[in-house]
Structure formats: structure tokens, C-alpha cells
Design a protein around this ligand. Structure first.
Ligand code: LLP
Length: 416
């Protein structure tokens, strides 16, 4: 569900023609729908209304301040994985007491920054990390609230790059050792164990793997209770899948129906960390066709956007729908590629797409999550402009980078 649609062969975002917005801001362009973002957040929030809960938006999916602010206004918290994301979450107005901090490699400086801001909790992934947080908290004469991330060893049945809850992944603490480790870490002077965290992967389309993982940690929560460790919150991570092509993902409502009966009896607060579900289908990447190249037995549609702007097809072989923005007659098979000097620079291969001509605009759909946030300056390309549409209005939410931006901070030492 989203507010990008085709009417009279023109692509629209909410109340505006994408072509008009593109003429105004140029290409490559990331375009976001405010209404889609808001409704997706609300769907998850409502699905969990029967229990105390906090929806912490995973900033890694897209940390544009306008998006984070939109969610903050709806009551969202934030799931962060770096000092930079903490900075952006706070900047967008997310209260520190709604911020949870995950990641296997938090540095001492990042821990100190988060402690000084008094965030809700750290999701700890290893004993050495627990030692570090305890040490820093001690130095600051504080006690840090923490959850331990458990690796429940379940298969989320998603792309192997984005599955995180199996025992061979680097994430979390082994479920079989968890009870012992909880007791050990609970003994650390400057830590206060308050929660259990899991995140089993991303783009998960069924609730089965979650149910399996949650059942495992519920057993653990019971055991901990008998050890005198009272768990107040269960963070079930992110990972809800979306439609890129023809998937049929479980809705938040159906998902909640499956897991709430397990969780309700515990009487604890649920935390969730959705990223993709909220923004994935709320954004598109619009590019301009530079050339049509006829290869020996193939046609290439060459765009002014490349893998540096959206890396998902290159990195995960991910499928994104590709649509014309204005009416185009006829269709044929083509590879849709970027201008970068790599064969992996493509958006789609062997696709039957409209017969585009140079100068036409083309939209790569479902690009709101892990699109701009994974963009780079490879080939010294300036990262795209970002625009948000709300009803019939468009707002510039990040300027296109300039050539100056490309050399900011670089130094040519004298006497080189
Ligand atoms: N919480 C934790 C601890 C995570 O590691 C992640 C994502 C999330 C929440 C949010 O997951 P989501 O709801 O967005 O599935 N770049 C990949 C996705 C990597 C996901 C990393 N962790 C992609 O483009 O598919």
C-alpha cells in the first residue's frame, strides 16, 4: 500500500505528478510520500495497541530528518546503530527516552555520547561490550539500562545477507548460553538489565520465524524470573517485509494477532524496530534516460542514476519495479543500467519496459528504505536530491550535493 499510482499514464505521488516534481528538482531524485510514511507507522502502532509498546523507527533504513520528524510527531522512538544516528534522532526531536541503541561494535566514544544523553537502553551484543558500557557508565557515575540481544537461532528465510538470527551470524548472544550470560552481566556494577532483544533478519514475509524466536525467548524470560532477573521489555526487532514484486507479506495486524497472545501474559512492554515497512514503499528513485544503446543482442536503457544512488540491485540482486513517469508507447526487453564503470551497475536486467527515449523520466519503485541511506559518492558522483510530497505540496528535504561537497574536508598538504 502506498500513494504512488498511475493515472492517465502519468505517475503520481499523492496529489502531484512525478514529472512536474522532477522538472522542478532535477534527477536523480529521491521522492517520498508523507502520507505513506505516516500510515505505515500508524498501522504498526495500532496493531500493538492492546499492549504497552514503543515503535522505534530504525534510522538505518532512511535517516532523512524530515522523515524522522514525521515519525517523531506520531510518537515514534528510534532504533540507532551509531553516534551519527543518535545525533540525527535527537536533532529530529526524538526524546532520548525513546531511543534504543543496537550494534555489535559500539565504540567507547559512542557509548559515552549515548550515556550523556540518557537514552532508553543499550541493546548489548557481547560480554566485552557489556564490560565496556559498565566501565564508561562507572566513569560517568551512572547506571546504564540495558537489554541483551539474543540470537535465537531461527531461520528468517530471507536473503542470506540480511538474515541475522542464526547461530552463524555475528549478532547477539547464543540462546543456549543466554541464561548464564544474563546472570553474569546482571552482576556488573553499572548495568541494569531491563530487557531482552531479538532481531532475526529483514524483509521477512511470514510470522512463523518470529513466533519461533519469541517462544524461545519467552522461555528464557521465565527462567530469568526464577533467577531474580525481572525483564520489563521485550524488543522483537524489525524485519517486516514489504511488496517489491509479487510477495504477499503478512500485515502488521495479522502479525500482531499471531504474536500478541504469546506476549500479553508476560505483562511487559513490547518494543519494535521497523525500518523497511515504514519507508520502503514510501519512496522512489526518479532518473532521466541518458541514452538508449543497442548492444549486439540486447538493449540498454542508460540512466543518469547509478548503483551509487541505489545499491540494492547490485548488492543483493534485489528486484525493484521500474515504471515510466510519463506516457510511453510500446514496450520491449532491456537492461536498465547506470553510468558507473562496473558491470554490476544495474537496476533491472531483461525487463520488459516501456520504449523509453533519451530525456524520458523513469521511476525505480520501493526505494525509500536502504536507498539514500546506502548511497555513496562512488565515481565522485554527487548524491541525489531528496524531496517529500505532502498532499499537493512538495518540499525539498535534502539539497543535491555540489562539487564543493565532494571535496569538503579533503586536504592537499603543502610540500606534497
Ligand atoms: N533492528 C535491527 C537491530 C536491525 O539490524 C535492523 C536492520 C532493523 C531493526 C530494521 O530492519 P527492517 O525493519 O528495516 O527490516 N540493507 C539491507 C537491509 C539491512 C537490514 C539491517 N538491519 C537491504 O537493503 O535490504
Amino acid at each position: 500500500m502506498h500513494y504512488f499510482y498511475t493515472k492517465d499514464k502519468y505517475l503520481y505521488c499523492e496529489g502531484l505528478k512525478v514529472a512536474d516534481i522532477t522538472v522542478k528538482y532535477g534527477t536523480p531524485l529521491y521522492l517520498y510520500s508523507h502520507r505513506t510514511i505516516s500510515e505505515h507507522f500508524t498501522k504498526i502502532d495500532d496493531a500493538f495497541s492492546a499492549v504497552p509498546h514503543l515503535i522505534c523507527y530504525a534510522l538505518k533504513a532512511n535517516s532523512n530528518l524530515a522523515i524522522v520528524k514525521t515519525l517523531q510527531k506520531l510518537g515514534a522512538g528510534a532504533d540507532i546503530v551509531s553516534g551519527g544516528e543518535l545525533y540525527k534522532a535527537l536533532k529530529a526531536g526524538i526524546p532520548a527516552k525513546k531511543i534504543v541503541y543496537a550494534g555489535v561494535g559500539k565504540t567507547e566514544a559512542e557509548i559515552e555520547y549515548a550515556l550523556s544523553k540518557d537514552i532508553l537502553m543499550f541493546n548489548i551484543e557481547s560480554v566485552p561490550e557489556a564490560e565496556m558500557i559498565s566501565k564508561v557508565a562507572g566513569r560517568l557515575r551512572e547506571t546504564a539500562d540495558i537489554a541483551l540481544r539474543i540470537n535465537p537461532d531461527v531461520d528468517a528465510k530471507t536473503h542470506h545477507y540480511i538474515t541475522t538470527g542464526k547461530k552463524e551470524n555475528k549478532f547477539g548472544l547464543n540462546i543456549n548460553l543466554a541464561r548464564k550470560l544474563f546472570l553474569k552481566i546482571n552482576g556488573f556494577k553499572n548495568l541494569n538489565v531491563v530487557g531482552v532483544h531479538i532481531h532475526i533478519g529483514s524483509q521477512i514475509t511470514t510470522s512463523g520465524p518470529y513466533v519461533k524466536a519469541i517462544k524461545k525467548v519467552i522461555k528464557l524470560i521465565g527462567e530469568l524470573r526464577s533467577d531474580g532477573i525481572i525483564i520489563k521489555s521485550l524488543n522483537i526487532g524489525g524485519g517486516l517485509g514489504i511488496v517489491y514484486k509479487d510477495e504477499n507479506p503478512s500485515t502488521p495486524k495479522k502479525f500482531a494477532e499471531k504474536i500478541l497472545p504469546l506476549i500479553k501474559p508476560l505483562g511487559i512492554r513490547i518494543i519494535m524496530e521497523p525500518g523497511r515497512f515504514i519507508v520502503g514503499n514510501a519512496g522512489i528513485l526518479v532518473a532521466r534516460v541518458s541514452y538508449i544503446k543497442k548492444g549486439e543482442n540486447k538493449k540498454f536503457i542508460i540512466l543518469d542514476a547509478g548503483m551509487n544512488d541505489l545499491i540494492r540491485p547490485s548488492l543483493y540482486d534485489a528486484y525493484h519495479k521500474i515504471l515510466p513517469v510519463t506516457p510511453v508507447k510500446g514496450s520491449s526487453k532491456a537492461d536498465i543500467v547506470g553510468p558507473i564503470c562496473e558491470s554490476g551497475d544495474f537496476f533491472g536486467k531483461g525487463r520488459v519496459v516501456s520504449n523509453m527515449k533519451p530525456g524520458d523520466y523513469i521511476a525505480v519503485m520501493s526505494a525509500g528504505a536502504y536507498g539514500f541511506s546506502m548511497a555513496s559518492n562512488y565515481n565522485a558522483r554527487r548524491r541525489p536530491v531528496e524531496v517529500m510530497v505532502k498532499g499537493k505540496k512538495s518540499f525539498l528535504v535534502k539539497k543535491r550535493e555540489s562539487f564543493e561537497d565532494l571535496v569538503r574536508g579533503e586536504i592537499m598538504p603543502e610540500g606534497l
